[in-house]
Design a protein around this ligand. Structure first.
Ligand code: AMP
Length: 525
């Protein structure tokens, strides 16, 4: 059984939290996120905390801004437990507003800037946001104020009103109980209404320590944030992990492969966590060797499987970069498994092993553990699992049990503890009684040089129950339906060969967090 080193496991003890969950915890940890930030300010006052466009703030400068904004928010009537929605792109004010909320004990609700007006209305109303901080480009998308009875202020950054807020009377950080909610993140949900996962100070501190220790982060780290700051990956793997290590968050507003590599070189970036498609674009669109990326040590990825062909090519082109798969979710405050250093190449089809404080069960539909190596649903427990969903006791009751979050992901664990992910339960195609994991076909087909991305869905069939339909994004006019089928046939069992192939010269539909929305594709068949 592969496990984390004793330097890490020796830091863990058992504690009881939330509704009686007995958890493995890091015993020596900051009391709350305000203490974690204060530690960084004390350790590295003059080190850069955030770089965003032309703005560079050291920890000391950021601390002053946060104190002022916390005072301004308090003067505007925001108090402990009040929700402050943050609708901002990746810019320094995101960080300032987030940490100012925590400083006064309020709850930050970062919202993805790609949400449409109806989703924004739902989220702002559901969390009962008291105040909203938004970017100027989003003004036209804001819901009508009449639809948001709890909302007292909507403040646009880049205005004198925001400047006044940030110039508020400096506020000292409040002391706060670690099980208090710090952030509510609405899960994008490819089905149903978004649910607001309540990330507590305790959850976020544990996930930040997991990233720090499992990725081997030290002093002077610089992480390039190119996924949305409002998604759990950006928020935890970059922003809070950098606070934990007193490192710097370099913010990129809009991802472009060449712009990313140029910025990573210019800013001496050391660590990243992105979705696999972004790494793939480096290979498709850029000459990686044109950039001086010698400081970039850790290339984390997650959110979706990375095709093995991409892993192999990246390893060849960026030999000093350690690729680290991390599997997680919003409800898990980001990571549940991380690939230990040294195993990325030999275990390329796995998402790694359970994080040091995490416990993972793999269960059958009755909730019983399946034997080693067999497929089942991943149930995940640990100090990073959120206590539940905001104002949603039904979903909290149905999706959590005994401290475990029922992930809906299907996977298996081998004798060494490595977890393989096969699919999300609902994405499985059942064709003539065979269970076919969409991810397997998608992974295979993405390895074809002409395929930019693809997504598999089950198409209802009167005889077989479902047939396989694959949507392929390609710009190669010579790549046709037969080529797609032949490629899968060459690599997988015959019953996994798609019955239908749709070729698109445009990207597949994605939700605000960048996941392909299969419900949209299902409407097309
Ligand atoms: P979200 O809550 O938006 O972060 O989505 C979480 C889901 O993304 C998980 O339940 C998985 O289905 C998927 N996911 C996350 N990390 C990985 C990974 N490393 N490999 C494959 N799928 C992943």
């Amino acid at each position: 059984m592969t496990s984390w080193t004793s330097d890490i496991t020796n830091l863990i003890g058992q504690e009881t939290h939330f509704d009686g969950r007995v958890l493995r915890c890091f015993t020596d940890r900051p009391a709350h996120l305000n203490a974690m930030f204060a530690d960084a300010v004390a350790r590295a006052p003059d080190a850069e905390a955030v770089v965003s466009g032309g703005t560079r703030l050291t920890y000391k400068m950021l601390d002053r801004r946060i104190a002022g904004l916390a005072g301004g928010l308090q003067a505007a009537g925001v108090g402990r437990g009040d929700r402050v929605a943050i609708l901002l792109s990746n810019r320094s004010e995101f960080l300032t507003t987030l940490l100012a909320c925590l400083r006064l004990g309020a709850i930050a609700v970062p919202v993805n800037i790609r949400e449409g007006t109806p989703e924004l209305e739902y989220i702002l109303d559901h969390c009962g946001a008291h105040l909203l901080v938004y970017g100027p480009e989003l003004k036209d998308r804001l819901p009508a104020r009449s639809a948001l009875p709890a909302l007292e202020h909507a403040v646009c950054v880049d205005t004198p009103e925001f400047d006044r807020l940030i110039d508020g009377p400096p506020l000292a950080a409040v002391d706060i109980e670690e099980e208090t909610t710090a952030v509510i993140l609405y899960t994008s949900g490819t089905t149903g209404r978004p649910k607001g996962a309540m990330l507590t100070h305790f959850n976020i501190i544990h996930s930040s320590i997991h990233f720090e220790l499992c990725m081997g982060l030290g002093a002077n780290e610089r992480s390039l944030l190119s996924v949305p700051a409002s998604h759990v990956t950006g928020l935890i793997a970059t922003i809070f992990t950098m606070v934990r290590t007193a490192g710097c968050t370099v913010m990129m507003e809009t991802f472009r492969a060449d712009g990313f590599l140029a910025l990573a070189a210019e800013e001496n970036v050391t660590q990243t966590l992105m979705v696999p498609a972004m790494y793939n674009l480096f290979l498709l669109r850029c000459t990686v060797s044109d950039y001086d990326l010698r400081h970039w040590r850790i290339g984390g990825y997650g959110g979706a499987p990375m095709p093995q062909s991409t892993i192999a090519e990246l390893t060849e082109k960026l030999p000093t970069l350690t690729l680290v798969n991390a599997y997680g979710a919003t409800e898990l405050t980001s990571p549940a498994t991380i690939m230990p250093h040294g195993y990325g190449a030999t275990r390329a089809d796995s998402v790694g092993i359970a994080v040091p404080c995490g416990e993972i069960r793999i269960v059958d539909p009755t909730g019983a553990d399946v034997p080693e190596g067999e497929h089942g649903e991943l149930w995940i427990k640990g100090p990073m699992v959120v206590p539940g969903y905001w104002e949603n006791p039904e979903k909290t009751a149905s999706e959590f049990t005994d401290g475990y979050w029922k992930s809906g992901d299907v996977g298996s664990r081998d004798a060494d503890g490595f977890i393989r992910l096969h699919d999300r339960r609902k994405d499985m195609v059942i064709r003539g009684g065979y269970n076919i994991y969409s991810a397997e076909i998608e992974n295979t087909l993405t390895a074809h040089a002409s395929v930019i991305e693809c997504a598999v869905i089950g198409r209802p069939d009167p005889v077989l129950g479902e047939k396989i339909h694959v949507f392929v994004h390609t710009t190669d006019a010579a790549f046709d339906e037969d080529a797609a089928k032949a490629f899968v046939r060459a690599h997988l069992a015959d019953y996994k060969v798609p019955d239908f192939v749709s070729l698109w010269d445009t990207p597949l539909p994605r939700n605000a967090n960048g996941k392909v929305v299969k419900t949209e594709l299902r409407k097309l068949v």
